[in-house]
Design a protein around this ligand. Structure first.
Ligand code: ARG
Length: 462
């Protein structure tokens, strides 16, 4: 059934019908569409805009429709133009003429943005939960690795020793910000648009606050033109999702590097790896690679909507129907990526020995030698110069700094004493960095405590 046949003499071209239809995409919002319609019809009845008995019939009919769709007793008719046409059409088929009153004081323009906001409110909360699960796994792994020494890198060159816990907790900070960004997005999204009509509200004495309350919105939108043509909330969501994927992608890149033969820092579980059809020895980190590539896809979804919206004059234009496919694609992609990634991290094996061994080459304790000299009275710049020469010497002799004899040390500076060996020990290098944010056991324990508190505070608010 078409919602707008009256003005037309001829039917729509078959191709145009298909081209115009959005039901294949928006059918997933059927619950929200029905929920929104129930609230709208209640309000129409309460305000005396339609008879109370008709409002009740509509409500009962919609509740029944939802039940039948949820149970699979009936299916959405995919030849309808969109989910709104389907809902109204089948409701009228169920309850007769009362169904034709449902669209009083409403347009699909305010209806569609209401549905999308309701749908997002729930999906964004699901993604927050996915991220919380990931944070819990990171906290667990961080606790297991507070003493696992590994090289920290800059420019992909070994820099200073850190702990694996410290490294994992860096990502937990990113995901904390991601959760906060989504919560902030939800805050702005929390404005109820129904009542804006096609663009200029309506002449009926509607009660928008009532509808907002029924549907659990904090506020109502303030300008009807903006209300029906605003998709900022969808763009903000896509931006948040893109940043999440950027974080997952960086992490994936490290996972891929860490499980190479050359690094061998971790081993992914069989469950989260795949093999090669030709090379029997292969165990590939496909999950991490797919997360890395799906990041591009989510960025593309963001670009799609930004571009769709950039030339649209006020108010609603059909261009905006293209908002959902990219948004849903991004939501599904991110949700599946986080879940799979979490399982991969949870089941990986950490090769503590390989990490520590790797720290021994590459002079990761060179800064600590310079700091030792500074503590004996040298300026940092002179100490830096001396240790630079020591590194050159060690490269020539194929030795680590800690392998030098005390005489060799003293040949570079008389300030070196027996306690230099303790100072260049990797554990000392890590534990001496005990300021907030650092890699030492006390510092990472504090970070873990803050992470656990964060996880609990978000969970308690839900
Ligand atoms: N399917 C449409 C969409 O998703 C619903 C709004 C249609 N409004 C209209 N004036 N044709 O945007």
């Amino acid at each position: 059934m078409k919602l707008w046949g009256g003005r037309f003499k001829e039917g729509t071209n078959k191709l145009v019908n298909d081209f115009n239809s959005s039901i294949n995409v928006d059918c997933r919002m059927y619950k929200e569409d029905i929920k929104g319609s129930i609230a709208h019809s209640k309000m129409l009845g309460k305000q005396g805009i339609i008879p109370k008995e008709s409002a009740k019939k509509i409500e009962d009919g919609l509740v029944e429709l939802l039940k039948r769709l949820n149970s699979g007793a009936i299916e959405i008719d995919l030849t309808s133009e969109d989910i709104h046409s389907f809902t109204e059409g089948i409701l009228t088929y169920y309850i007769g003429d009362s169904g034709k009153m449902l669209h009083t004081a409403r347009s699909r323009n305010d209806q569609v943005t209401l549905d999308l906001k309701l749908y997002l409110k729930s999906y964004i909360n699901d993604i927050i939960n996915d991220l919380l699960n990931l944070e819990e796994v990171l906290s667990l792994k961080a606790k297991e690795n507070t003493k696992t020494i590994m090289p920290g890198y800059t420019h992909m060159q070994k820099a200073q020793p850190i702990t694996f816990s410290h490294h994992l907790l860096a990502y937990s900070e990113m995901f904390k910000r991601d959760i906060k960004r989504l919560l902030d997005d939800l805050e702005r999204l929390d404005e109820m648009p129904l009542g804006s009509g096609a663009l200029a509200t309506s002449t009926y004495p509607i009660d928008r606050e009532f509808v907002a309350k029924e549907l659990g919105f904090k506020n109502i939108t303030l300008n009807s033109l903006d209300s029906v043509s605003d998709r900022d909330y969808a763009i903000e969501t896509l931006s948040c999702l893109s940043i999440i994927m950027m974080h997952l992608s960086r992490f994936s890149e490290e996972i891929i590097i860490w499980c190479t033969n050359e690094f061998n820092f971790i081993e992914l579980s069989d469950e989260y790896s795949t093999g090669s059809s030709i090379m029997p020895q292969k165990k590939n980190p496909d999950v991490a690679e797919l997360v890395r590539s799906k990041t591009g896809r989510v960025y593309g979804d963001l670009m799609t909507l930004l571009t769709v919206m950039k030339g649209i004059p006020l108010a609603y234009n059909k261009d905006m129907q293209e908002d959902k496919e990219c948004l849903f694609d991004a939501l599904d992609t991110v949700s599946l990526s986080i879940k799979t990634f979490t399982g991969m991290i949870n089941t990986m094996k950490v090769n503590k020995e390989a990490m520590k061994l790797s720290c021994k080459s590459g002079f990761t304790n060179a800064t600590d030698v310079a700091d030792y000299l500074v503590k004996s009275g040298l300026t940092f710049r002179s100490a830096h110069e001396i240790v630079g020469e020591m590194v050159l010497y060690c490269i020539d002799k194929n030795k680590g700094i800690e392998d030098l004899t005390l005489e060799e040390f003293k040949s570079f500076s008389k300030e070196f004493k027996e306690d230099i060996y303790k100072a260049v020990d990797l554990l000392t290098c890590v534990e001496e960095r005990s300021v907030v944010g650092g890699p030492s056991t006390s510092s990472v324990n504090f970070q873990i405590k803050m992470l656990d508190e964060f996880i609990n505070s978000i969970k308690n608010k839900q």
